[in-house]
Ligand binder design. Structure first.
Ligand code: ADP
Ligand code: MG
Length: 356
């Protein structure tokens, strides 16, 4: 139940690998916060630095009203759950859950009671005497969570805790984790490379690249208005259309056709400005008839996603995709017209990839 404030946080390994590059970030009390980014972007390093398992090269970390930048890990009141769970193989489930309490000097009886209570809460009562090797992946994951919950930390740090579970179990564990966090109200930083997991779980998301935050926002904000083409490419279960185009008066010249410049940008960009048009397939309409303003092309590929179909259309040599209900899908080779839903077309700078 603590606010986290990072200022100018930098971590350089071996004098030359900058894993965290002057990060400024405030995570609010009780927030479920996701750190999302590709492998190697610095997510684990950021968690370990908050936990005190790595020393910051420069910058500061505040937890609540304490500056903990130089405080030892054991005195930060933080519980971390690791990707591989890090359970002790020679200890029972009960002893694994109670281990942090033992370190804190609690009596065997008191920690036994508390471990039982938390184990019950997480559906582990019948497994308390087992060793980790005799548990399924999902059960091991719950033991790791129980160990974190049992010591009543003021902060949870989760490093890809669901990534070793198979797809179905992962969805279950996701819902479970979200309910648990809501019930306990503990500030939580959740690391993942899975954008769907971040969108589903988090109150806010930071999308990281190379030790920096490229966008910070609610799931809706980062999905609807990615701040740059890096985030646009990273977020969404189907990739966003990013098509080179040029401003021509009140229109954008794109894929052999013309679409209107978004209202708020009309008259702002001179004719001839090179841009990248961003349109999520979910926000592109497909029809057999031309719309008031649309681009035209030939259906090239159909990908069946279940209730919807992703249709990729060849528009004058550019591939543009649209999502349609499965019962409304066209056939390969059909001539179709595409138009973005009002307010859903974004323009990025061709030179810097930033949202205009
Ligand atoms: P992520 O968790 O996002 O995959 P990491 O935080 O593990 O990324 O790594 C960020 C960068 O820091 C990578 O370039 C990685 O090679 C480097 N790195 C991480 N830990 C160490 C270390 N102990 N020594 C040297 N380089 C490291
Ligand atoms: Mg990692």
């Amino acid at each position: 139940m603590t606010q986290i404030a990072l200022t100018g946080l930098t971590k350089v390994f071996d004098g030359n690998v900058t894993a965290l590059d002057s990060l400024d970030l405030t995570i609010e009390t009780g927030e479920f916060f996701a750190l999302l980014g590709p492998s190697g972007c610095g997510k684990t390093t950021l968690l370990r630095t908050i936990a005190g398992l790595e020393n910051a090269t420069s910058g500061a970390i505040r937890l609540g009203d304490r500056d903990v930048t130089r405080v030892a890990a054991g005195s930060r009141d933080v519980a971390m759950v690791f990707q591989d769970y890090a359970l002790f193989p020679h200890m029972s489930v009960l002893d694994n859950i109670g281990y942090p309490l033992k370190i804190r000097g609690q009596s065997k009886e008191a920690r036994g009671d508390q471990s039982q209570r938390v184990g019950e809460q997480l559906g582990l009562s019948h497994l308390m005497e087992r060793r980790p090797a005799a548990l399924s992946g999902g059960q091991q994951q719950r033991v790791a969570l129980a160990r974190a919950v049992a010591c009543h930390p003021s902060l949870f740090l989760f490093d890809e805790p669901l990534s070793n579970l198979d797809a179905r179990l992962r969805l279950e564990a996701r819902g479970f984790l979200k309910r648990l966090q809501r019930e306990l109200g503990v500030t939580t930083v959740f690391v993942t490379h899975d954008q769907a997991e971040a969108l589903a779980l988090a109150d806010r998301i930071a999308v990281m690249e190379a030790g920096r935050i490229r966008q910070l926002g609610t799931p809706r904000q980062v999905f609807r208005r990615p701040a740059n083409t890096f985030v646009a490419n990273f977020i969404g279960s189907t990739p966003m259309n990013l098509v080179d185009a040029t401003i021509g008066g009140d229109d954008v010249e794109i894929a052999g056709g013309r679409l209107p410049v978004p209202d708020e940008l009309r008259g702002v960009l001179p004719t001839g400005t090179p841009v990248i048009v961003g349109m999520r397939p979910e926000y592109v309409r497909l029809s057999a008839q031309p719309a008031a303003s649309s681009i035209v092309g030939e259906v090239a590929i159909l990908e069946h996603l279940g209730a919807t179909t992703l249709v990729t259309v060849d528009c004058d040599g550019e591939a543009v995709s649209a999502t349609v209900p499965e019962d409304a899908e066209p056939a390969p080779g059909d001539r179709v017209h595409l138009s973005p839903q009002p307010g859903r077309m974004l323009l990025y700078g061709r030179d810097d990839g930033e949202l205009i």
